[in-house]
Design a protein around this ligand. Structure first.
Ligand SMILES: [Zn+2]
Length: 134
């Protein structure tokens, strides 16, 4: 596989992860619930347990939502002639929650796909290691 194929496979895996699909085949869902990962892909049998995103999706989600909402707050504060605090609470709290709920599964899928694409697997506690090629 040449470098172009690897790059194409990498971006394809990330797109599949963003859509909540298996990064290897894209045929099945990564999640069995809102954020609960499947143990393996039902279509291609890829073991998903070694690819643990941990807190990274929450971190990236907070980072992105903050970088969207905070500038909007500042723009509204400036152009809206300093609206009352209740206005900010009614506007930005629901928007922040909705944005976070929309982005979190997509970012988690993308992080899982990124881990899979780079073969970054957590070691199995029982064996002391994991071979991502199996
Ligand atoms: Zn699959």
């Amino acid at each position: 596989m040449d470098e172009h194929d690897q790059s194409t496979e990498f971006w394809t895996a990330l797109r599949r992860g963003w859509r909540g699909r298996c990064p290897r085949c894209g045929a099945a869902n990564l999640f069995s619930g809102f954020l609960k990962m499947r143990s393996h892909c039902p279509a291609c049998e890829l073991s998903l347990e070694p690819y643990r995103a941990d807190d990274a999706p929450a971190y990236f989600t907070i980072f992105i939502v903050g970088h969207i909402v905070v500038p909007l707050v500042l723009v509204v504060e400036r152009l809206g002639n300093q609206p009352p605090l209740w206005f900010h609470a009614v506007l930005w709290l629901p928007l922040s929650v909705i944005l976070a709920l929309c982005l979190l599964p997509r970012i988690k899928g993308t992080v899982i796909a990124l881990l899979w694409a780079h073969r970054i697997a957590a070691p199995k506690p029982s064996t002391g290691g994991f071979d991502p090629t199996t």
